[in-house]
Design a protein around this ligand. Structure first.
Ligand code: ADP
Length: 167
């Protein structure tokens, strides 16, 4: 029987508990989940693609049917190259919807055989975003409830190197 493979794409700059929750739930729904770290998002990133992949791999290491890659180019092309039939996205507040809807329809035009499914966030992560993590951390706040301890180490390293930005 064909394996049901899903791709969960994003910037993951850095990965946080909201992402981890979506990944865990998607991994429960599919035979295999590939977390795809977009190398060059339009927005400025704090962490290199390599650093983001390392963080995602570490925080999801306990889930056996998950693998992590970085990619460039179209998400649907990456998904096709991995034999995936589905893209997974997370939905937080209503304001996410318009963007996700537009992206899902665009990807449908580009690749009609690949479907997008959106998983609703858990209540406690509804307002959690990577930008919020960076903003709170750079202002000296405690983000230990928002990210895995390994991400705290990566944030500290940026802070010590003087390259911590909140954008
Ligand atoms: P992008 O750069 O594509 O917006 P992100 O790394 O910010 O990617 O997020 C990747 C995916 O995870 C997106 O579908 C986003 O909506 C989802 N996501 C981000 N934060 C949360 C959260 N707190 N709860 C659920 N899903 C989330």
């Amino acid at each position: 029987m064909t394996q049901r493979i899903a791709v969960y794409p994003g910037s993951f700059d850095p990965v946080h508990c909201g992402h981890m929750d979506i990944a865990q739930r998607a991994a429960n729904l599919f035979d295999h989940l590939i977390v795809a770290v977009y190398e060059h998002p339009k927005k400025a990133v704090l962490f290199s693609a390599q650093e983001r992949v390392t963080m995602v791999k570490t925080v999801l290491a306990h889930i056996p049917n998950v693998s992590v890659y970085s990619y460039t180019g179209l998400t649907v092309d990456f998904a096709r190259s991995k034999g995936a039939q589905v893209l997974v996205r997370g939905l937080r507040v209503i304001s996410d919807f318009e963007m996700e809807y537009q992206m899902a329809l665009t990807n449908q035009q580009l690749s009609p055989n690949i479907d997008t499914i959106c998983l609703m966030t858990r209540y406690e992560y509804a307002f959690l975003s990577a930008s919020l993590v960076k903003e709170v951390y750079s202002a000296g706040g405690d983000v230990s409830q928002m990210v895995h301890p390994i991400v705290l180490e990566f944030l500290l390293r940026k802070q010590l190197a003087g390259t911590l930005r909140a954008d």
